[in-house]
Design a protein. Structure first.
Length: 236
């Protein structure tokens, strides 16, 4: 007896065009994000005073900054107890030649003593009334130190450091806590100093009180080959 012929169900493959459409949509989304990261700055109507945060090797981008709308720059000067930006003085001078106000940033290290770090800062950053208030970037946790540094110790040493560099500068420092540092220590919300907060594209509020400076784009392209900067605005 002949067996009945079985019909196998047809499996329809997705049309290549659908995959092309999907790929085009993904590329468009990625391209939009890339463009925004590379070029977006807040509207000058909302934030008339805008500038940049520069680090070592960024002196080459300074001449391009006024065309981007910058009116000031902050330059990383010292890092912890020993690190220094060899280009700091040259970058500040280039900024002034370009008509920009300039200020110094210290990258704070909770693993090192306050007096070691303040000595590192003052040996590089001269007492200069034309400089903007010094800024202190806070990100590293005392939990990450070779010897764990308790929160009370971190705060105590930080206050000593701030007092020392403020005495040198003759003005109050600006605190720049990262979101993770603020979540751990809540120092910015309690300190009687102006704040510099960071969040791409969306105004930050993680310190619980108004900021004076906002890093609105951490990777703005300057048009100079290999040159990108953190773009900063001041509260009106």
């Amino acid at each position: 007896m002949a067996l009945p012929r079985l019909r196998m169900p047809r499996i329809r493959l997705a049309r290549p065009r659908l995959w092309l459409v999907f790929a085009a949509v993904v590329l468009a989304i990625v391209g939009t994000i890339w463009w925004k990261q590379a070029h977006w700055t807040p509207d000058v109507a909302d934030y008339p005073l805008q500038g940049a945060w520069l680090s070592d090797g960024d002196v080459k981008v300074v001449p391009a900054l006024p065309e981007l709308g910058a009116r000031f720059v902050y330059v990383t000067a010292s890092l912890g107890a020993k690190g220094q930006n060899a280009d700091f003085s040259a970058t500040v001078e280039a900024a002034r030649q370009a008509g920009l106000q300039a200020g110094a940033v210290h990258i704070y290290d909770p693993c090192r003593r306050a007096d070691e770090q303040s000595a590192n800062f003052v040996t590089l950053v001269a007492r200069d009334a034309d400089l903007l208030p010094p800024a202190v970037y806070l990100d590293k946790s005392g939990e990450d130190c070779p010897r764990r540094v308790r929160p009370a110790e971190v705060e105590s040493e930080l206050v000593v450091f701030l007092n020392q560099i403020e005495s040198h500068a003759g003005m109050r420092a600006i605190l720049a806590p990262s979101e993770r540092f603020e979540e751990e220590y809540h120092f910015g919300s309690r300190a009687e100093r102006e704040l510099w907060l960071t969040r791409n594209w969306i105004a930050p509020g993680y310190a619980g009180r108004p900021w004076a400076l906002w890093t609105a784009n951490t990777d703005l392209r300057t048009g100079v080959v290999g040159g990108s900067v953190a773009w900063v605005v001041a509260r009106p």
